[in-house]
Design a protein around this ligand. Structure first.
Ligand code: TXA
Ligand code: MG
Length: 310
C-alpha cells in the first residue's frame, strides 16, 4: 500500500482517541489488534474490559521502529539479529528497561516485554501519530476467533470499538513469539513466521517451549481461538452433519483452506473460514494439515479451537 493511500485524517482522529486513553482496533499483517496506550494502565484495563478477558496475560507491545523499541527493552546482539525480521510477524520477549514507563498491566508484572514492529503501514503510521507504544491483543471478545477483517472486529464488539480498516490481514495468524536466554532462542508460540525461517537466518536451532513450561504459560490456555461449533481435526472426510474444511485436493468441502495445498494461503484463510463455517454449521471437520513451516502455527490454532471448553 502506498503512503498516499493512507487515510491520514482517520488515523489522526484515532490517534487522538488513543492518546486520550481509549481503545482502538487497528490492522496488522497478522490479525487485527485491539490497541491501547501501553504507558497508561487505565487505557490498558479497557482492553480487558472490552475483550471480557477474565484474567491478565502479558500483552504484546507494538512499536513503529527500532528506536522506539530501544527505549523499552534491552537489545542484546542476538535480539538485534532477530530484528532483521522487523517490521514483521515476530514478537521478541526481552528484558524490560527500568525506565521503560510501561504499565505493569501490560507485562502482567513480569520483568520482560513481548515486543514487535508490525509491518502494516497503517499500524506504523498510527503508532507514530500516537507517539507511544501500543499494547494490543487480537481484537476479538475473549475466547473467540481472531479477526482478520475490520468487519469481523465490528461484528465481535457490536460496533462499540472504532476500527481502522486496513483490508484483510495478510498473514491471518498471530506473530511467532520467541524468547532469548543467553545463546538459546526458544519459540513460545508458533506463528506467522515459520520457525525454520528463523533458524535458517540465524544458522542455529530454535528450541520449542514445552507445552506446560511456566514461561510459555501466560495466555497460552489450551481452549482459545474457539468457534462455537465443535471441531474434529485430521478428518479425511466429513461425516453426516459436519461441514468439511478442506486442505489441498480432496473430498468436496464447504470451504477449502487452500485447494493447491499452499500453507501461506491456508494461514490467511484459517480464521475467516472458521468464522464463516461457524455461522452455518455446528460441527466442523478439518482436513489434515502438514506440521511443517506455517503448518505448525495453523495446527496449533486448530488444536486450541478444538480443545474442550471451560
Ligand atoms: O500477531 C500478534 O501477535 C497479534 C497482533 C495484534 O499483533 N497480537 C497478539 O497479542 O497476539 P497478544 O497480546 O494476544 O499476545 C499475548 C501473548 C501472551 O499470551 C504470551 O503468550 C505472550 O504473548 N507474551 C507477551 N508478553 C510476554 C512475556 N513478557 N513473557 C512471555 N510471554 C509473553
Ligand atoms: Mg487472541
Amino acid at each position: 500500500m502506498s503512503e498516499a493511500r493512507l487515510p491520514t485524517a482517520e488515523i489522526t482522529r484515532l490517534a487522538a482517541l488513543l492518546r486520550a486513553g481509549e481503545v482502538v482496533a487497528f490492522p496488522t499483517e497478522t490479525v487485527y489488534g485491539l490497541g491501547a496506550d501501553a504507558t497508561n494502565s487505565d487505557a490498558v484495563l479497557k482492553i480487558y474490559e472490552t475483550k471480557g478477558r477474565p484474567r491478565f496475560n502479558p500483552l504484546i507491545v507494538h512499536v513503529a521502529d527500532l528506536a522506539m523499541a530501544e527505549q523499552l527493552v534491552e537489545l542484546p546482539p542476538l535480539a538485534r539479529e532477530l530484528a532483521q525480521f522487523w517490521p514483521g510477524p515476530l514478537t521478541l520477549v526481552l528484558k524490560k528497561r527500568r525506565d521503560a514507563g510501561l504499565s505493569d498491566i501490560v507485562t502482567a508484572g513480569l520483568d520482560t516485554v513481548g515486543i514487535r514492529i508490525p509491518a502494516h503501514p497503517m499500524a506504523q503510521t498510527l503508532i507514530r501519530a500516537v507517539g507511544r507504544p501500543l499494547a494490543a491483543p487480537s481484537a476479538n471478545p475473549s475466547g473467540q476467533l481472531s479477526p482478520t477483517t475490520a468487519a469481523q472486529v465490528i461484528a465481535g464488539f457490536g460496533g462499540r470499538v472504532p476500527v481502522l480498516d486496513g483490508g484483510p490481514a495478510e498473514a491471518g495468524v498471530e506473530s511467532t513469539i520467541v524468547t532469548l536466554d543467553g545463546d538459546v532462542v526458544t519459540q513460545l508460540r508458533a506463528g506467522a513466521l515459520p520457525r525454520e525461517t528463523i533458524a535458517a537466518a540465524l544458522g542455529r536451532e530454535i528450541a520449542v517451549a514445552a507445552k506446560d513450561a511456566a514461561i510459555a504459560a501466560p495466555g497460552m490456555m489450551l481452549s482459545h481461538y474457539a468457534p462455537r461449533a465443535t471441531l474434529r481435526l485430521d478428518a479425511a472426510a466429513a461425516e453426516a452433519g459436519e461441514a468439511y474444511l478442506g486442505f489441498g485436493p480432496g473430498p468436496e468441502a464447504a470451504a477449502n483452506l487452500s485447494a493447491t495445498g499452499d500453507l501461506r494461503e491456508a494461514a490467511r484463510n484459517l480464521f475467516s473460514m472458521l468464522h464463516e463455517l461457524d455461522g452455518s454449521a455446528t460441527r466442523i471437520a478439518v482436513a489434515p494439515i502438514p506440521e511443517t513451516g506455517l503448518g505448525e502455527a495453523i495446527n496449533d490454532r486448530l488444536r486450541r479451537a478444538a480443545a474442550p471448553r471451560g
